[in-house]
Design a protein. Structure first.
Length: 128
């Protein structure tokens, strides 16, 4: 089972680098450890929440957010995947596509869907 949400925005005239920075700032304010890079497929953000529950439920998992497109027509993909330690080094498109979104078990999927829903709301508010 793979968890991925796709948000598509048109006519927003947003600077995607600035949008990426705003999303990173929001995640960091909520206690997420983040890393980001630019790759051929778009701007990539990984966010991993620390804490006891996080340590119990697959500590190598992270939310991966990919922002791709142009300022007036862009897509944001939000998924759960493996936390790639050196995201900046792994900016090869074929590697990223196979590693970003992984299958997860049912208890983790339920937790993920709840947190993912909150991320979708926050990103939609940031986009405007």
């Amino acid at each position: 089972m793979v968890s991925e949400k796709t948000l598509h925005f048109q006519g927003k005239n947003r600077d995607l680098n600035q949008l990426s920075s705003q999303i990173v700032q929001q995640l960091q304010a909520e206690g997420y450890k983040t890393q980001n890079t630019t790759a051929p497929l778009g701007l990539i953000i990984q966010a991993q929440k620390a804490g006891i529950l996080r340590d119990i439920i697959a500590a190598d998992r992270a939310f991966t957010i990919i922002i791709a497109g142009e300022s007036n027509d862009f897509t944001i993909h939000i998924g759960i995947g493996k936390f790639i330690q050196n995201l900046a080094v792994a900016a090869v498109e074929t590697l990223l596509l196979t590693e970003l979104f992984l299958a997860v078990d049912i208890p983790e999927m339920l937790w993920t869907r709840h947190v993912e829903g909150e991320l979708v709301k926050q990103i939609t508010q940031i986009v405007g």
